[in-house]
Design a protein around this ligand. Sequence first.
Ligand SMILES: [Zn+2]
Length: 143
Amino acid sequence: MTKKRPLPKINADTKAFWEGCREHELRLQKCGDCGHLRHPPAFICPNCHSSRTVLVKASGRGRVYSYAVYHVAFDPAFQGDLPYVVALVALEEGPQIVTNIVGCDPAAVSCEMAVEVVWDDRGKGVSLPIFRPINSHHNEVRK
Ligand SMILES: [Zn+2]
C-alpha cells in the first residue's frame, strides 16, 4: 500500500509563496526597506528587522549548492521515489531553497550544476518547486 506524500503546511508567512507556486512562479520576499531578498518566507527581514515586504519573481535558475542522494526513505510515502536527490539550490538572486533534483541520474548531480525550476503539481492546488539540470535532455518530471 502506498502512503500519500505529505503536502506543505501553509501558514500566514508562507501563503504568498505557495500561491505563487500554484501559478508556477517562484516568488521571493524582498525587504521594503533595505532590499534584502530572503527565502524561506518570514515575517521580518533578517537584515534590518523591517516588516515591510514586497514579492519579486525569481528567474527560477540557480546552482546546486549542496545535495544528498537518499537511498532510504525517512517517510514510507517516498519509498517509490528511491533513490532521490534532496538539494540546497542557490538561486541566481541569492537565496537558497531546499528542493529535489529531477530529470537526471542521481549519480550525475554535482555541486555548482546549473539547474532550473520545474513544477511538481501535487493536487489540492499545491505545486512544489523542484529543479532539473539546465540543458537536460530528460524533460520528464518524476512524480
Ligand atoms: Zn531589510
